[in-house]
Design a protein around this ligand. Structure first.
Ligand SMILES: Cc1cc2nc3c(=O)[nH]c(=O)nc-3n(C[C@H](O)[C@H](O)[C@H](O)COP(=O)(O)O)c2cc1C
Length: 344
C-alpha cells in the first residue's frame, strides 16, 4: 500500500504532518526534546512570550477537574530578549517549524514583539494570543471585540512577513465573527481555540481556588465545544483553521480535521502522555493507510457534507464581519470591563 501523504501547509509553513504542540504545554521544546524526536512533529508553538519577563500568578496554578484541567499560570515567561538569546538559536536547529506565541497588552506591544522577532532565524511564524487583556480597553481581552482583533491582526501584519496565526478565544459571543476579523486583518490562519473560562471553589476554605478567581479550562472536557467552534469558524473563513481543544488521541485529531481543521494542536494531552503528539501523527498515518486515503488534506472538512441547516456557511449573512473605519486605538477602547486575568 502506498504511504499516505501527511504534509500540510499553513501560510508559508510547510509541515510534514498536521500535528502541532500547543502553546504553553510544550515550553520551548527543551524538556520534551529529551523524550521524543521533536523533528517528527508538524510544528511547535512556544509558550506565550511578552516584551518583559513575567513571574506569573501565585500558586495554585493548576487544578484538575472531571476530564479537564484549569490553569492560571499568568503567562510566566522569560521575556522577549531572553527568548531570542537563549531559546531561538537552539530551536532553529531542531528541524521543526517554530511558531512563537506572543502576548501584548496594547497594539504597540504586539507590534514591537512581532518586529523584534522578524529577523530572528528559526522563527517561522507568530501566533497572536488575543485572549490577553487590552490595557486601552479597561483590561477587556482583545478577543472580546472583533474590531480589536482586526486591528491587532492588521498592525502585526504590517510589521511581519512571517506566517501570522491569530489564536481565537472561545469566550466570546460570536467566534466566527472574530475569525473573520482576523482574516480581514491579514492573518494567514486562525487557531481555534484557547481555554474556556472557568472557576474552581475550595469548599473546605470556602473560597475560590485561584488568586484571580477565573482560570482557563482545557483537556478532554472541552473537546465537543472546541469541535463546534472549529466547525463554525471553518464555515466563516477561507484561511486555514488549526483545531485545538482536548485532543489526546488520533481519533480526536481526525475528528477535528473532518470538522474543517487543516491542522491540529495538542495541549493538555502532552501532560497526560508526553508522547501524545507522536502517537497522534502515527495514528493519523495508520487511519489513512488502512482506508486507502491518499493524503491528510483529503480529510479536511469531509464531515461537512452531512451538515444540517444549522451549520454555518460562507453565505450565512450573520457571519459577515465588516471592519469599521480605522481609528486611533484609544477611540475604540471605551470598554468598562475588568481583566479576568485568569488564563495561562
Ligand atoms: C498550562 C497551560 C498554559 C497555556 N499557555 C498558553 C499560552 O501561553 N498562550 C496561549 O495562547 N495558549 C496557552 N494555553 C492554551 C493551549 O495552548 C490550548 O489552546 C488550550 O489548552 C486548549 O487545548 P488543550 O485542551 O489541548 O489543552 C495554555 C494551556 C495550558 C493548559
Amino acid at each position: 500500500m502506498a504511504s499516505a501523504d501527511l504534509a500540510v501547509t499553513i501560510g508559508a509553513i510547510k509541515m510534514k504532518n498536521p500535528v502541532i504542540a500547543a502553546s504553553g504545554t510544550f515550553g520551548f521544546g527543551r524538556e520534551f526534546g529529551r523524550v521524543l524526536d521533536i523533528s517528527a512533529l508538524g510544528a511547535i508553538v512556544t509558550k506565550g512570550i511578552t516584551l518583559e519577563p513575567r513571574a506569573g500568578n501565585p500558586p495554585p496554578r493548576l487544578w484538575e477537574t472531571a476530564c479537564g484541567l484549569l490553569n492560571s499560570v499568568g503567562l510566566q515567561n522569560p521575556g522577549l530578549a531572553a527568548f531570542i538569546r537563549d531559546e531561538a538559536p537552539r530551536l532553529a536547529a531542531c528541524g521543526v517549524p517554530v511558531i512563537v506565541n506572543i502576548s501584548g497588552d496594547s497594539l504597540a506591544e504586539f507590534c514591537e514583539l512581532a518586529s523584534c522577532l522578524e529577523g530572528v532565524p528559526g522563527v517561522d511564524g507568530l501566533e497572536v494570543n488575543v485572549s490577553c487583556p487590552n490595557i486601552h480597553a479597561g483590561g477587556r481581552p482583545f478577543a472580546s471585540d472583533p474590531e480589536a482583533v482586526y486591528r491587532v491582526a492588521a498592525a502585526v501584519r504590517r510589521v511581519t512577513g512571517k506566517t501570522l496565526i491569530v489564536k481565537l478565544s472561545p469566550n466570546v459571543a460570536g467566534i466566527a465573527r472574530t475569525a473573520q476579523a482576523a482574516e480581514m486583518g491579514g492573518a494567514d490562519a486562525v487557531s481555534c481555540v484557547n481555554t474556556y473560562l472557568g472557576i474552581a471553589i475550595d469548599a473546605e476554605r470556602r473560597r475560590p481556588v485561584f488568586s484571580r478567581v477565573f482560570a482557563g479550562l482545557s483537556g478532554p472536557a472541552i473537546k465537543p465545544l472546541a469541535l463546534r467552534a472549529v466547525w463554525e469558524v471553518a464555515s466563516a473563513v477561507r484561511i486555514p483553521v488549526v483545531g485545538i481543544g482536548g485532543i489526546c488521541s488520533p481519533q480526536d485529531a481526525i475528528e477535528f480535521l473532518l470538522a474543517g481543521a487543516r491542522a491540529v494542536a495538542i495541549g493538555t494531552g502532552n501532560f497526560i502522555s508526553p508522547m501524545a503528539c507522536l502517537e497522534v501523527v502515527e495514528g493519523i498515518r495508520s487511519y489513512l493507510e488502512e482506508r486507502g486515503i491518499r493524503a491528510a488534506t483529503d480529510l479536511v472538512g469531509r464531515a461537512r457534507g452531512h451538515a444540517g441547516h444549522t451549520a454555518g456557511s460562507h453565505s450565512d449573512e450573520a457571519y459577515v464581519y465588516e471592519p469599521k473605519e480605522r481609528k486611533a486605538e484609544d477611540d475604540f477602547a471605551a470598554g468598562k470591563g475588568r481583566s479576568h486575568g485568569g488564563e495561562q
